[in-house]
Every structure is written in C-alpha cells, then in structure tokens.
Design a protein around this ligand. Structure first.
Ligand SMILES: CC(C)(COP(=O)(O)OP(=O)(O)OC[C@H]1O[C@@H](n2cnc3c(N)ncnc32)[C@H](O)[C@@H]1OP(=O)(O)O)[C@@H](O)C(=O)NCCC(=O)NCCSC(=O)/C=C/CC(=O)O
Ligand SMILES: Cc1cc2nc3c(=O)[nH]c(=O)nc-3n(C[C@H](O)[C@H](O)[C@H](O)COP(=O)(O)OP(=O)(O)OC[C@H]3O[C@@H](n4cnc5c(N)ncnc54)[C@H](O)[C@@H]3O)c2cc1C
Length: 661
C-alpha cells in the first residue's frame, strides 16, 4: 500500500518530465534509472547492516563490494558513464573513489603524453591502484608548507623521496592505508640544493606481488573516523619515505620538467596547474552536494508527510507535520537548495570544460575565475549541505536520530566535504583575494568578465535602490539579480576600502578576514541565484514543471534574502518594508510548493536502496518497518543481554541486600 498516494495525487506538475530536468537529459535519466535499479536489486550490494559492523568486517565487506562492482562492470560491458553511475549507486566510500577520482585525473592533468601513455592503461585496467598523497600530518591547507622532499640525483637519474620529519608523514590520503599500490605524491623538488616548489611524483608504494610495502616505505591506516559505518569503509592512510628512489620520468612533467642533466624547465603554462586536480575535484563536489542534500530532503519530506502531531478535530487525524509553517520554513529552502545546487553544478561543469579547452589552446585567461568559482562554490554548497542534512535529521524528530533513518550515516559521510579538497574558510579566502584583485583593477580599463561582470556596473549598483512596492515584485528576476549584485558589490567595496587603510596589505587581509569571507559568500550566493534564474530562461517542457522550478527558485533567493537581510539593509539597497514584503512572498511560495512537495522529491528518482532510510521509503509505511527493524538489531538476538550475569545481576543483588538493611 502507498501511504503517500494522496500526497502524490496532489502534484500539479509532470513528475516524469521533472525527473529528466533533474537528471540533466533524457539519456542521463535513463542510464541513472537503469543502473540504480540494477544495484538496488542485487543482494551483493546490500548495505542495511553497515552501521552495525566492526571496522575490520566493514572494511573487508567494502573490498568485496568494490571487487564485485568491478566484475559487474566487466560482465555487463558497462560504458564509462554507466560504470561511474554504478559506483555512485553502490554508495560506499572506497579506495576506488580516489583511484578514479584523483589518481587518474592527476596523471591526465599533470602528466606528459608519454607519461599518460605509460600509466593510464595500467590504471584503467586496475593493474595498479592509486591514491592522491598530498596532505601531511603538519600541513594540509598550506600546500607550499609541505615538507616531503624529492631530491634529484644526477648520478643515477633518479629522485630520492624522503620524509625528513614526523610532521612530513603523509596523512589522510584515501585508499593509501591498506590498498593503493601507487600514489601521486606531492613533494618539494630539490635540484643541486636549490628548491623549486611543490610537484607531483608517481611513486610505487606496495609490491604488485605480495602487497608488502616496498623498501623504505612505511604505510598504514590512520584509524577510526566519525560515525558508524560512514567513512570508515575508507582506508585513509599514513605514509613515510626513507630515501625511496624513483626514476626521473616519474615526476609529472606537464607543467615543468627536470632534464637528464638536472636543469629545471618551466612550460609556458601557469605553475598553478599543479593544483589542477583540486580544481577538477572541487567542481565534482558541487555536483555531489545536490545529490547528498536531495537525498536528505527526500527522507525529511516523505516523513514529514507521514508524521502527524497535534491538531486532531472531532476525533479526526492529527496534523501532518509538513503542514506546520515552521516545518516548511526549515524544509522547503533545503528542497529549493538541492535544485539550486544541481543547476549551479551543471553550470560549473560547463565552466570547467571550457577552461580545460582554453588551457589546451594556451589561453589561461579564465583560470583565476575557474579557481575562484570552484573554490567558492565548493565551500558554499558543502557547508549548506552538511548543515542541511543535520537540519533534516532534526526535522524527523527523535526517529531521525536512529541509524535506520539513514540520516546519521549520511551526515557522517558527508560532513568531511567541508574540510577535504580545501577547508571551506581557506577556500572562501581565495575567493576574497580574487574579489579584492578585481575591485583594485576596476579603474584600470580591464573589463570584468564572467561571474564578476556585475562589478563593471559598480557605479550604478552603488547608487541604485530597490523599487519593490508589493510582495509579487519580488518574483521579477531583474529585481532579484540587482538586489544580490548590489549587496555583493557593496560588501566587496567596503572590504577594499578598509583594506586600503593598512600599509601592509597582508596584515590588512588577515585583520579583515572575517568580513572578507562574508563578502565572498555574498558573491557565491549571487552566482547560485543567477544560474538558477538562467536555467529558467531555457525551454523547460512538461506540464507545470517550469512553474514549480520558478517557485523553488523564488524560495531559494527569498530565503537567503531573509536570512541575510542585515547585509541587504546595511548596504541601504532595501528598506525594512521591502524586506518584509520579501518575507510575505516567501510564505506565499511555501503554500504554492506544499501540495507538490512529495512529488518534487520523487523527481530525484532515488530507489529505497540508495536512500537507505526507513523514514524516507517510497511507500511511506514507516511504523511497521521501524518496529520490525528494531527486532533485527543484534542487541535483540537474546532476551537477556550478554554481560547481565557479570555486571547487572550483582548490582541488583546488592540493592536487595541494602534494602534489607
Ligand atoms: C590555499 C591554496 C588555495 C593557496 O595557497 P597559497 O600558498 O596562498 O597560494 P600559492 O602561493 O600556492 O598560490 C597563489 C596563487 O595561485 C592561485 N591558486 C591557488 N590555487 C589555485 C588553483 N587550484 N588553480 C588556479 N590558481 C590557484 C591563487 O589564487 C594565487 O593567485 P594570485 O593571482 O593571487 O597570485 C592552496 O594551497 C590550497 O589549495 N590548499 C588546500 C589544499 C587542498 O585542497 N588539499 C586537498 C587534498 S586532496 C583531498 O582532500 C581529497 C579528499 C578526498 C575526496 O575528495 O574524496
Ligand atoms: C575524510 C578526509 C579525506 C581526505 N582525503 C585526502 C586525500 O585523499 N588526499 C590528501 O592529500 N588529503 C586528504 N585529506 C586532507 C584534507 O585535504 C585536509 O584535511 C584539508 O585540506 C584541510 O587541511 P588541514 O587538515 O591542514 O586543516 P587546517 O588548515 O589545519 O585547518 C584547521 C583550522 O584552521 C583554519 N585555517 C587554516 N588556515 C587558515 C588561514 N590561512 N586563514 C584562516 N583560517 C585558517 C581552518 O579554517 C580550520 O578551521 C582528507 C581529509 C579528510 C577529512
């Protein structure tokens, strides 16, 4: 029986068409739909007991699943796209994520043609398994501070990779702990006693015969991480080198080269391309944010429609908690954010592909913008998603705290995204640097392009005032864009003015960093809002689909406007009355979305297997499932628990004795 059938009947739009919008294309939808069902129906990919397993058992099970996934990919002759979807729906962090997600891209992006020809076929066939070994015990954010050394030995034409201190131990790389045979290792290049900065090197770590560490290599797992199950399926590792020798041609030499006679040569590409793998991965993390958030929102929305508290009249049913405005005010902006992040993720993928093509044609002009966009949007979307998953847990009340809700594990797996691939604050400071540079160049005749083109309208934006007179005026895209542009430009200019008061710009930057981060957030929010609005300019087929997306877009920007109204009011763009009208319009949009809420999460097309949540199951039959699951917990295997006779019974006896006294 479908306990959510009545909710589904209320939908005012074509869910099948919305599924296609969400997937990105009909083809992408069909691939995702087919592969997600294939995974869901295969008992080899079960994950319902994951949070109950001890680490060793959990990890072995992950190894089994990764091997099984590889076998299925081969047996079914899956394409690269289908294989990547299969790994996604298996939904278990594993060494393969870093192999495919960082090791292969690092070689592709930083290796010469010759190096790619040698290493990629081995990696594609998984005849070698790689990790990305950059972070150390002492340094993660400060890449220039890494201590591992790669010293060129002209006698033998080799590099000597060495960890000179405890803090230079590589620490965190996923897949390194127990599985990787190779790593792209980042180290300071030293030639003839002269330092040439951080470079990547392909280093073999373990024997391909018996998997033992090679001479000079000390390697292991760094230990349990946050949460049950969760990211503990991953073997994040520690690695030390004691003068390990590798051939010269294992330095990744696309950006710079070391010749046989020890000369250091720089190609005509910017040295920042050494950081290129991080740019690539940050872009994928933005797309992943919409997946993680939409998953949590599906659970919270379906459960909020099932759950009833208070409000029964004449013995009738109580109120569905989704009908409380407070619940809507917490839930619907997250639903809207999931869609917003999806569309900005699509745009960012386009931007990344564009910059990659330009780089191939030696056009480096858009690299700083690509870095700022990937860094800023990675930071914005992962922070909002991690907070959003936790909010969804609270939206599910007490039951959200059960592992069987799926939310604790989802949060534990997701929350390190705020740290890895660049700590979110550190990345926002990169955006702030980019903004300050842009503001300082405004008078120079250099026209700001792309996502900072609004800075070109600085004179207009600094003086303009909001013209909203009634709540519906907040539905006009041009009005909204101007509001977000005026706020972003005014915050950036205010920071730039304050910075100019310092004689030492670096000191000023450090002193004002909290304000700079806020200016960076305002800029990034403008990007997300503008890309959502751009999406709505496209032809979107399907009955009611565009109208629902317009409502969600409105909820996204009006919620931000309400939350940050202090910024908007402080920059004098808005009056308090106009801010209040924005809030009136926001409430009206909640009412519009309410009957469509369950259908809007159905449009994500997640299987019950992928959701891994009793509260979010498609049929809404929550209570019997919760009740049955409780009895399946290993603690209920016996009526009297192990340890009773040892620890509980003596206490009870002692109480009896005391009572007698
Ligand atoms: C903090 C960073 C970004 C910069 O540090 P800093 O020392 O201040 O700068 P540099 O001197 O190195 O460079 C200054 C210059 O370069 C520009 N820039 C920086 N990064 C990039 C880039 N990626 N692409 C293009 N340009 C870049 C910067 O804007 C400056 O330009 P100017 O014009 O102002 O000179 C950096 O050190 C950093 O990225 N830190 C974070 C480290 C990080 O992300 N590590 C990830 C490790 S892998 C991982 O976490 C894996 C996780 C698992 C998983 O994903 O599943
Ligand atoms: C689950 C997980 C997986 C990972 N996988 C990998 C991997 O595969 N390969 C790899 O190489 N690395 C990996 N990492 C490491 C990760 O990239 C780093 O942890 C990350 O880059 C942050 O660096 P850090 O740990 O040095 O943090 P720190 O820089 O020490 O941050 C600590 C605090 O200091 C603040 N801070 C630091 N610098 C500044 C500044 N300049 N201004 C203001 N505040 C500052 C930060 O905001 C933060 O609050 C992984 C990490 C995790 C958690």
């Amino acid at each position: 029986m479908d306990y959510l059938a009545d909710e589904r009947k209320k939908a005012e739009f074509d869910v099948d068409e919305m599924k296609i919008v969400w997937a990105g294309s009909r083809h992408a939808f069909e691939v995702s739909d087919r592969i997600s069902k294939l995974v869901a129906n295969d008992p080899g990919f079960r994950k319902d007991t994951r949070t109950m397993l001890a680490r060793k058992e959990l990890f072995k099970n992950t190894l089994r699943k990764a091997a099984y996934a590889w076998k299925r990919i081969h047996d079914l002759h899956l394409s690269e796209e289908e294989a990547s979807r299969l790994r996604f729906y298996v939904d278990e962090p594993a060494y393969t994520d870093l192999h495919w997600g960082m090791f292969v891209p690092a070689i592709k992006g930083q290796g010469t043609d010759e190096q790619q020809k040698k290493w990629l076929p081995l990696a594609y066939k998984m005849q070698i398994i790689g990790c990305y070994a950059q972070t150390e015990l002492g340094h993660g954010s400060n890449v220039q501070g890494l201590e591992t050394t790669a010293t060129f030995d002209p006698q033998t034409d080799e590099f000597v990779i060495h960890s000179p201190t405890l803090t230079s131990s590589k620490w965190w790389p996923g897949g390194l702990g127990k599985v990787s045979t190779h790593g792209v290792v980042y180290a300071r290049l030293i030639i003839n006693g002269e330092e040439h900065g951080i470079h990547g090197f392909i280093v073999q770590l373990r024997s391909l015969e018996d998997h033992l560490p090679l001479p000079g290599v000390t390697v292991g797992d760094i230990g349990m991480k946050f949460g049950n199950g969760a990211y503990n399926t991953m073997d994040n590792g520690v690695l030390r080198f004691d003068h390990v020798r590798i051939p010269r041609n294992q330095m990744l030499m696309r950006v710079s080269q070391v010749t046989r006679d020890g000369k250091y040569k720089q190609s005509d590409v910017p040295r920042q391309l050494v950081y290129g793998t991080m740019v690539y991965v940050r872009q994928t993390i933005v797309a992943d944010a919409s997946c993680a958030l939409s998953r949590a929102v599906t659970i919270a929305t379906r459960y909020s429609a099932v759950r009833r508290q208070f409000g029964s009249q004449n013995g009738g049913p109580e109120t569905q908690v989704i009908d409380y405005k407070t619940q809507q005010n917490r839930l619907f902006p997250l639903l809207a954010s999931a869609y917003a992040f999806k569309f900005v993720g699509e745009w960012l993928t386009w931007l990344y592909n564009d910059v990659t093509q330009r780089l191939q044609a030696s056009d480096f002009s858009t690299l700083p913008e690509a870095h700022a966009c990937t860094a800023g949007l990675k930071s914005l979307t992962t922070t909002a998603t991690a907070d959003g998953i936790e909010e969804c847990r609270k939206l599910c009340g007490g039951h959200g705290y059960l592992c069987s809700s799926g939310l604790p594990e989802l949060f534990a797996v997701y929350v390190p995204a705020c740290t890895y691939e660049g700590d979110n604050t550190v990345l926002l400071l990169q955006v702030a640097r980019f903004l300050m540079k842009t503001v300082s160049q405004l008078g120079s005749g250099k026209k700001p392009l792309g996502t900072i083109s609004y800075m070109g309208k600085i004179e207009h934006l600094m003086q303009s005032r909001c013209t909203v007179q009634k709540a519906e005026d907040w539905l006009k895209p041009s009005q909204v864009l101007e509001a977000f542009e005026a706020r972003a430009v005014k915050m950036a200019v205010s920071c730039a003015k304050n910075l100019s008061k310092f004689t030492n710009p670096e000191e000023g930057f450090a002193e004002l960093s909290a304000d700079l981060v806020e200016a960076a957030v305002a800029h990034c929010q403008l990007i997300v809002v503008s890309k959502f609005i751009d999406k709505l300019q496209q032809d979107i087929p399907g009955k009611g689909v565009k109208q629902q997306l317009e409502a969600l877009c409105g909820i996204y920007y009006l919620y931000l406007l309400h939350k940050h109204q202090g910024d908007f009011l402080a920059t004098s763009y808005l009056t308090p009355k106009q801010a209040a009208l924005a809030n009136d319009q926001l409430r009206a949009l909640y009412t519009k979305v309410r009957p469509n809420a369950v259908a809007l999460v159905d449009s994500f097309n997640y299987t019950d297997h992928f959701l891994g949540s009793i509260l979010g199951c498609y049929d809404g039959n929550v209570y019997p499932k919760l009740y049955d699951a409780a009895w399946k917990d290993p603690l209920n295997d016996s009526v009297v628990p192990e340890g009773y006779h040892e620890y509980v019974r003596p206490l009870l006896k002692q109480q009896l004795h005391t009572a007698k006294l």
